[in-house]
Design a protein. Structure first.
Length: 214
């Protein structure tokens, strides 16, 4: 009530969901332990009730509470995303700009789209430094499959405001295209978001068979 939920650490939010601690740990320490053993908050999304119960101090009730909270958050995100459609490159830019425009670090955002052009999910794949970000292709493909995406686009910001792509940006795009082709997901574009501007790698490199209408 004093600081607001947005200012709480991940373990503090998790502690609220857990409600109580265990025989050996208070609720804050238990929450920290779960995040440490789980690897990260994102990793908890992929765990089952049985897997959560492997953590010391987590029983059926706490495992269900954790998964229910994560599912509720996921559904809220999906409901917001479903209001947006991606029919052309500018639609990707307008959606991503709201998320990335004022960030001080490079962030790679993936947008997942169904066959009716609706956004079915989004995911921040990686957070980098002031002028670079790195990501694993398998993480990107994993989330595309998790959302049963028909198509996807990726975007990342340049905190400098200059949307000019680097050679690394082009190489990363080539890798993502190959990854999408391997799992039969249409790759729409890779946008670099600058200050009130963007650069479409697919448009400028004139890739074939990647247009919105094919």
């Amino acid at each position: 009530m004093e600081v607001g939920v947005s200012n709480l650490a991940d373990y503090e939010l998790l502690a609220i969901i857990l409600g109580t601690g265990s025989k050996d740990l208070d609720v804050l320490d238990l929450a920290k332990q779960v995040l440490i053993e789980g690897g990260s908050l994102n990793c908890l999304l992929d765990l089952t009730i049985s897997e959560l119960k492997q953590f010391k101090g987590i029983g059926n009730a706490k495992a269900i509470s954790i998964l229910s909270a994560l599912e509720l958050g996921k559904r809220a995100t999906l409901n917001i995303s479903a209001k947006h459609q991606i029919k052309e490159t500018k639609d990707i830019y307008l959606y991503a700009e709201n998320i990335l425009a004022n960030e001080k670090q490079e962030i790679l955002l993936a947008i997942f789209i169904d066959c009716k052009c609706n956004i079915v999910g989004k995911k921040i794949i990686s957070i980098g430094t002031l002028n670079s970000t790195a990501f694993h292709l398998r993480d990107l493909i994993k989330w595309a499959l998790k959302y049963s995406a028909f198509a996807m686009a990726i975007c990342h910001n340049h905190p400098s405001g200059d949307a000019t792509p680097s050679e690394e940006d082009f190489r990363a795009t080539d890798d993502v295209i190959l990854g999408c082709q391997a799992v039969d997901i249409r790759f729409l574009d890779h946008l670099i978001i600058g200050r009130n501007c963007y650069y479409s790698i697919v448009h400028h490199k004139c890739f074939k068979d990647l247009s919105f209408n094919n």
